[in-house]
Design a protein around this ligand. Structure first.
Ligand code: TXA
Ligand code: MG
Length: 332
């Protein structure tokens, strides 16, 4: 595996490697992606293999400019065009009807394709130089925490990828919001880095698909996902640490809190060995950008358990709560 910088000559090498069918991990504003030429079926097959990802879970195709949408989309729904104009580049993935040229492996045989124009200029430059579309899931083993630094990718995937482009830590820190625009009403399949409120300001009301244990609709919706190896227990904002103590706290323990000031006021927080603020400045944006890094770090530590509390369920908070929920131990 080769570690590349964000210098132009390195981006050109990354682009060439993609064209040759190699796997290149690239920075995006959300998380690092494990990129392959979307039109090269054997390169895409390696992505599934490296991640140990089931082939029923389709990939997101990344493009470098809005006009490239028509290279993968058979038809561009009106709402997709509006959202692209207003919110791209950015952490928004749109599901649209797929062109036959997009390999079925990319879309898991679905007649639709998920497309994103990333906000990260390094990602866009690589895709532009490669002159193709890049299929890229998050660059982590299936089910594990997504990477928000190049180091996370190197430590999780190492020599299983050909190149890793280091673009520094990801700005947004949680994956893109996935919205299905193929039906009569837009449906948010995965909350993410683009707030639902912002999407609604462009196209009006959308439906948010509820998490359920039934048949898999959007396969990234499996309930156990983004999970650290250390058990993580999730609690409502005001019930940690009381509820954790009632359950019995495993030691050594770490508590993950949103509001550190409140945490400091409560005597009960001393029940934990370490109390970590998700957002020292108190913003959901900061909490999102630090979430996966903190989980990676806690998972390297010697904690027996992680106790986390939900954040306010608005804006980026929806994505944070969704990831915390998926990372958590479910009863029964
Ligand atoms: O921010 C992101 O979205 C990152 C960066 C690298 O762009 N990528 C990412 O990819 O999170 P991945 O593969 O980890 O998640 C893709 C999600 C999955 O939940 C998948 O099921 C859903 O998108 N998806 C992809 N194509 C779909 C389709 N045609 N219909 C429904 N869901 C789809
Ligand atoms: Mg993922």
């Amino acid at each position: 595996m080769e570690l590349l910088t964000a210098r132009e000559e390195d981006l050109a090498r990354a682009a060439r490697a993609l064209r040759e069918g190699k796997l290149v991990a690239i920075p995006t504003e959300t998380v690092y992606g494990l990129g392959a030429d979307a039109f090269n079926e054997s390169a895409v097959a390696r992505v599934f293999e490296v991640k140990a990802r089931p082939t029923f879970d389709p990939l997101i195709v990344h493009i470098a400019r809005i006009s490239d949408l028509k290279k993968v989309a058979r038809e561009i729904p009106v709402f997709a065009q509006k959202l692209a104009e207003k919110l791209w580049p950015g952490p928004l993935t749109m599901i649209v009807p797929k062109r036959p040229e997009v390999p079925d492996l990319v879309t898991a045989g679905l007649p639709t394709v998920a497309v994103r124009l990333p906000g990260n200029a390094i990602a866009r430059r690589i895709i532009e130089l490669a002159d193709t579309a890049v299929a890229a899931p998050s660059a982590n083993p299936f089910g594990y925490i997504s990477p928000t630094t190049a180091r996370h990718v190197v430590s999780m995937l190492g020599d299983r990828v050909d190149m890793v482009v280091d673009g520094g830590p990801c700005d947004v820190g949680v994956e893109s919001t996935v919205i299905d625009l193929t039906g009569p009403v837009p449906v948010v399949m995965r909350p993410g880095g683009m707030a639902v409120e912002t999407i609604e300001s462009v196209i009006g009301p959308v439906t948010i698909q509820q998490k359920h244990a039934g048949p898999i609709v959007s396969p990234g919706q499996t309930l156990s996902h983004y999970a650290p190896r250390t058990p993580l227990y999730l609690f409502d904002a005001d019930s940690l640490p009381r509820s954790a103590m009632a359950k019995g706290i495993e030691r050594p323990s770490a508590a993950l809190v949103f509001d550190l000031i409140r945490a400091r006021e409560l005597e009960a927080w001393h029940a934990f060995d370490e109390v970590i603020p998700l957002a020292p400045s108190g913003t959901l944006r900061e909490a999102a950008s630090r979430l996966f890094s903190i989980l990676h770090e806690l998972d390297r530590g010697a904690y027996a358990a992680i106790y986390a509390e939900r954040v306010p369920d608005e804006g980026l908070g929806r994505a944070i709560n969704d990831r915390l929920f998926r990372a958590s131990k479910k009863e029964g």
